[in-house]
Design a protein. Structure first.
Length: 279
């Protein structure tokens, strides 16, 4: 076979380019191994393998990765199986281009008994993780100790609308964590933001109404008008917490799927779940 130096210059250039392209393709691994679009999306967790043991994921286990303003970074959120979480994701470059680095962020603090998957997922989803995409709807993340997380693509859940939705308070935020509402008050604090710039609902015991202003990501409650029932115990504690939060000034709001987060400047806030159609 003639060498490149014995071929016409134009043909030699074409062959050289073709060889370089093939080498790059062969050295880059399976399609979709690069981070960014390879990990971004909505994923259901199928299973986790650690220490030679495979654990089947509970139905609630999920992961969503959304691109950030910096193309080298993204935001992750999801559920370990019981508790929700957020994390920062950094994409590798050069030799590390098929890996991501995960920095855990806020997490809820629900009491989750008998869920070894929860603990294993939280331990695995941090630090450097190798990324593999065996197929378009299949993602595998591998930790340094060999543990793997197996995920399958799922259609993203549409965000519930801020207004005209019944929001049930499920957690109270503070100190970087979100704790469940006091025992015995589950489902008792519910509020709706109307399209007429009003809010109404229950605070855990008393009913309330108030004007509300929404400006971009900021939401501000006006003075609350409430009924006058005496509220003691956990219901009273929840009511006082929500009354203080709603009266604390502008709150930052964010909706992901069917979860609303309201956050004050001092880090306190709440999470609330949208009612289903059946409710």
């Amino acid at each position: 076979m003639p060498t490149l130096r014995h071929l016409p210059a134009a043909l030699a250039a074409v062959l050289a380019l073709s060889a370089a392209t093939t080498a790059c393709a062969e050295g880059s691994g399976p399609a979709g191994t690069l981070p960014g679009p390879a990990v971004e999306g909505s994923w259901a967790v199928r299973s986790l393998t650690a220490n030679g043991r495979t654990l089947t994921a509970p139905p609630a286990a999920r992961l969503a990765v959304e691109p950030g303003t910096d193309p080298r970074r993204a935001q992750a959120s999801g559920n370990y199986g019981c508790n929700g979480f957020r994390a920062a994701v950094a994409y590798g470059t050069g030799p590390e281009r098929s890996a991501i680095t995960v920095t855990p962020g806020d997490t809820t603090a629900m009491a989750c008994e008998g869920l070894p998957f929860e603990t294993a997922f939280a331990k695995l989803f941090r630090g450097r993780l190798e990324v593999r995409r065996p197929s378009a709807d299949h993602l595998v993340l591998k930790a340094a100790d060999g543990s793997t997380l197996d995920l399958v693509a799922q259609p993203p859940t549409p965000d519930a609308p801020l207004t005209a939705t019944a929001w049930t308070v499920s957690g109270l935020a503070g100190g970087g964590t979100v704790a469940p509402v006091p025992a015995g008050t589950e489902g008792k604090a519910v509020f709706t933001l109307g399209s007429d710039s009003t809010a109404s609902g229950t605070l855990g015991c008393n009913r309330f109404s108030a004007p509300v202003t929404v400006e971009g990501p900021s939401l501000t409650f006006g003075p609350l008008v409430t009924t006058r029932m005496a509220c003691t115990g956990p219901a009273g504690d929840l009511e006082r917490t929500l009354t203080e939060l709603f009266g604390s000034g502008p709150l930052t709001w964010r909706i992901q799927a069917r979860t609303l987060t309201l956050s004050a400047a001092d880090g306190h806030g709440l999470t609330a779940e949208a009612a289903s159609a059946a409710e």
